[in-house]
Design a protein around this ligand. Structure first.
Ligand code: AMP
Length: 172
């Protein structure tokens, strides 16, 4: 199945110069959603993973389905002010803005092995901040996985110390 046909490219949204990858058609279709999750799961079937981390907000949609498929639990990294208990936080910049990400301080235990999941890797700021949060809590990152990466934004560079997987690769 060609998942690209289920991802709509929206030029200049949410601001000029951004090519937004709208994954909602992929999620709305049972076949493409299932196929994407099965493909995302493949490299991790025999890997020792303690927990998946999903990134706010579209990352949650993929991460929770992937966690279910791999028989794992999921922890969440959220934008500022959404988590009710004690958190650790990191500042980051993304393709179209700046933000602060948080995680509950007990969401990752020391030495837990973690797979980080998001929909799109763009500049890598979001993934970098998530990496910092997991590292702060003593987790051991076994990799990052994305539905799509935007090559021209060179996000890989920011998280280059860890294995990076992506199903689809776009020039921009
Ligand atoms: P970045 O931190 O620049 O790698 O941005 C990645 C985060 O922002 C992901 O959580 C994406 O959901 C979102 N994002 C950034 N750029 C795009 C884009 N062009 N299309 C869709 N989502 C994007």
């Amino acid at each position: 199945m060609d998942l690209r046909t289920k991802i709509k490219n929206i030029p200049n949204w949410p601001k000029k110069g951004v090519n937004f990858k709208d994954i909602t058609p992929l999620l709305e279709n049972a076949k493409s959603f299932q196929y994407a999750i099965n493909q995302l799961a493949k490299p991790f079937k025999n890997k020792e993973i303690d927990k998946i981390i999903g990134i706010d907000a579209r990352g949650f949609l993929l991460a929770s389905a992937l966690a279910y498929k791999l028989n794992l639990g999921i922890a969440i990294v959220r934008k500022q002010g959404k988590l009710p208990r004690k958190t650790v936080s990191t500042n980051y910049s993304l393709e179209y803005g700046k933000n602060l990400l948080e995680i509950h301080q007990d969401a990752v235990k020391a030495k837990e092995t973690i797979l980080i999941v998001d929909d799109v890797l763009a500049t890598g700021g979001t993934s970098w901040a998530t990496m910092k949060l997991v590292e702060k809590l003593g987790g051991k990152i076994i990799g990052f996985t994305f539905l799509a990466e935007l090559k021209n934004l060179k996000g890989r560079k920011k998280i280059k110390n860890y294995p990076i997987y992506s199903l689809l690769s776009y020039e921009k």
